[in-house]
Write a protein that binds this ligand. Structure first.
Ligand code: PLP
Ligand code: COI
Length: 367
């Protein structure tokens, strides 16, 4: 493994000669939506088997040059991450648990046979990029800059083996709410024919292929008025796994949280891990275990399960009002967000925006 660290790699900075004019940038920051606009710069670090990580740079945002034979285009050797930059009241900009993203990026790299990027280099790339594009981090409540690090295999070779060349990039997109209706509860759609990931597959890695596999059932979800798709385990089609882009929690009437235990096919969400900690801090019990779909149905019918929510960096926490499928509906599409869901969301976002004390040391200053 290459052990390059941030101390050994200097970033060069090539400023964009034509950044978006301030008035246009401010118009975007007023209503950024999600994933539609990108800042003036991006970060890049190249890797080759001989040289390891090298040529770290901040450059103007723009198209990548890729040979049509680049392995990523044929065999999907690609991984990514997602985290956010939050502007605090004093103007400083912070991010949340970036080491956890860096470690998951390494896990994903191992699974996809890509080179591991050192944790400190990952974090340094965020600091360098956000320092240059700080003006793009919005300040209105509930807004942030979504940071998307990713790595692609870019060797020109059609043999099926891990590439000898790769590139790491980071792009940034100002972000409002992931869902068009903000914090309003969502309905989700049960994938009854399709699975997202199986035993020994890539479900635990954050790789583009997992999301490609989720798009067809996601289309079905949209067609049925749902915002996300819920996947069950691939073997028995009995137990909850996760949504296309979020983890899932159920809440019992006594406030106990129940969430599927990651067993190799679920992405181990950093929001998920943080909420488990915050719930425990609030004196709530958390059960991480297999959760049968039937348990949710029975729990709703008996009144034992009172809330459900989805969580992830992009979506933060989205209350789930109903689960729909071809044959049944669990819950009530008009149900409001539950108490525990709202309390956890307020606590988490309070820490992220610097309004609550960061007792776990989860924030890192970027700029
Ligand atoms: N599960 C999937 C499939 C995701 O894409 C995401 C989003 O990153 C999550 C879960 C939640 O992960 P995190 O909380 O680290 O953003
Ligand atoms: C994230 O939350 O960071 C994701 O990658 C999920 C996707 C819905 C954008």
């Amino acid at each position: 493994m290459n052990t390059t660290s941030a101390n050994q790699v200097e970033f060069t900075i090539n400023r964009n000669a034509n950044p978006l004019p301030e008035a246009e940038r401010n118009a975007i920051l007023q209503n950024p939506g999600f994933g539609k606009y990108f800042t003036d710069h991006m970060a890049t670090i190249d890797w080759t088997r001989e040289q390891g990580w090298h040529d770290a740079r901040i450059v103007p945002y723009g198209p990548l040059q890729l040979d049509p034979a680049a392995s990523v285009l044929h065999y999907a050797q690609e991984i990514f991450e997602g985290l956010k930059a939050y502007r605090h009241a004093d103007g400083s900009v912070w991010t949340f648990r970036p080491e956890a993203n860096a470690l998951r990026f390494q896990l994903s790299a191992r699974r996809l046979a890509l080179p591991e990027l050192p944790v400190d280099l990952f974090i340094e790339s965020l600091k360098q990029l956000i320092s240059v594009d700080k003006a793009w981090v919005p300040s209105a409540p509930e807004t942030s800059a979504y940071i998307r690090p990713f790595m692609i295999a870019n060797e020109s070779f059609l043999g099926v083996r891990s590439a000898e060349r790769a590139a790491y990039h980071v792009i940034v997109s100002p972000a409002g709410s992931y869902f068009a209706k903000g914090m309003q509860p969502i309905s989700i759609w049960l994938a009854s024919e399709f699975s997202r990931a199986g035993k020994g597959g890539t479900g635990e890695a954050k790789c583009g292929g997992n999301y490609a596999a989720s798009l067809l059932p996601q289309q079905e979800a949209y067609a049925n008025g749902c915002s996300q798709v819920l996947f069950l385990d691939a073997e028995e089609h009995t137990y909850l796994e996760e949504l296309g882009g979020m983890n899932i929690f159920l809440v019992r009437k006594d406030g106990t949280l129940i969430t599927p235990k990651p067993s190799g096919s679920i992405l181990k969400g950093i929001t998920r891990a943080s909420l488990i900690q915050l719930a425990e801090d609030m004196g709530l019990k958390v059960e991480e275990r297999k959760v049968a779909l039937q348990e949710w149905r029975d729990g709703i019918n008996s009144g034992e399960i009172t809330e459900a929510f989805a969580c992830g960096t992009a979506a933060v926490i989205a209350p789930i009002s109903a689960l729909k499928s071809k044959d049944f509906i669990i819950g009530d599409e008009n149900a409001p967000a539950g108490k525990v869901t709202v309390a956890l969301r307020n606590k988490l976002t309070g820490i992220q925006y610097g309004l609550e004390e960061d007792t776990h040391g989860w924030l890192t200053r970027l700029a």
